[in-house]
Design a protein around this ligand. Structure first.
Ligand SMILES: [Fe+2]
Ligand SMILES: [Fe+2]
Length: 137
């Protein structure tokens, strides 16, 4: 979706809602699998979750930074600081996700990674609401 199309509130918000619902559900399934001691399935589900974050949420953030955010900065120079804050949220998501990925590769305790998956959900939820509030028509 290009810059101008992402400015439409309903379509952009529904992208946020759909992606958030998916990763929230996947995180809940991972917790359930660990509760049932289904280790192998849980680890596979974690790999799928991390991939899903990259393919949906991070890809969305990348496209905002090269499209929507540039478009807004050009039209409304007073929004530069808001855009910088929203971009920092994206960077936090990237950093936390990268950490979760490394911990999974290093076979850390799963509780450590689950905390990170929960953090990603919180950051993403707050970020989406701010983006909808400040940027969308
Ligand atoms: Fe965003
Ligand atoms: Fe967005």
């Amino acid at each position: 979706m290009s810059g101008p199309a992402l400015r439409v509130y309903d379509s952009h918000r529904s992208i946020h809602e759909a992606a958030f619902g998916q990763v929230k559900e996947m995180t809940a399934i991972i917790k359930q699998l660990y509760n049932e001691n289904r280790w192998e399935e849980a680890k596979q589900a974690e790999e799928i979750l991390i991939e899903h974050w990259y393919d949906h949420i991070i890809a969305h953030a990348d496209s905002e930074e090269t499209g929507l955010y540039q478009d807004i900065k050009q039209r409304q120079p007073e929004m530069v600081e808001t855009i910088a804050k929203l971009t920092r949220d994206h960077d936090l998501l990237r950093k936390v996700l990268e950490e979760a990925k490394h911990l999974l590769e290093d076979n850390s305790e799963q509780e450590e990674r689950i905390q990170l998956y929960d953090s990603l959900l919180v950051i993403n939820w707050q970020h989406s609401r701010d983006e909808e509030k400040y940027l969308l028509l």
